[in-house]
Design a protein around this ligand. Structure first.
Ligand code: FES
Length: 153
């Protein structure tokens, strides 16, 4: 049976001198396709790249950007490090918790949002900041964060 990521992976592999060099983008591709990296998804990457399963799992568990449990349709990555904390990020966590019923590290009951608390995401000058999926949002306030999140169904 043909892998669900096979076609896209062919394009990725073509950019690298050796198939195994495409491991990080292949894992990202699998995560984008399935929402997270299950054992089956990692095995699929292993087969497609002809890289040992242990190598794939070792790499996938090393990097924080790969998810190892099911997540909601939208993943909020909210920074609460120093600059963001000083400018009210902890209150934003409370707002997300109250409005959507999602705890840090968890997923809302309706599967709409998962919330991940991040260390600095490089937007200290326009803190507080968050990523929603791959979208970057900065200068967050108690007023605008719900408006932003309501745009994600
Ligand atoms: S501390 Fe939040 S982006 Fe740097």
């Amino acid at each position: 049976m043909k892998s669900q990521i096979a076609d896209e992976l062919e394009c990725v592999k073509a950019k690298y001198p050796a198939e195994r060099a495409a491991l990080l983008p292949a894992l990202y591709l699998a995560q984008r396709k399935y929402g997270w990296l299950s054992a089956e998804a990692m095995d699929e990457v292993s087969r497609e790249l002809r890289v040992p399963k242990a190598t794939v799992r070792g790499v996938a568990t090393f990097y924080a950007m790969y998810r190892h449990k099911q997540v909601g349709r939208n993943v909020i990555q909210l920074c609460t490090n120093v600059s963001c904390m000083i400018l009210g990020a902890e209150r934003l966590v409370d707002i997300i918790r109250e409005k959507y019923g999602v705890e840090p590290g968890g997923t809302s009951a309706d599967g709409r949002f998962s919330l991940v608390i991040m260390e600095c995401i490089g937007a200290c000058g326009t803190a507080p900041a968050m990523l929603v999926n791959t979208d970057f949002h900065e200068s967050l306030t108690q007023e605008n964060i719900v408006t932003i999140l309501e745009g994600y169904r």
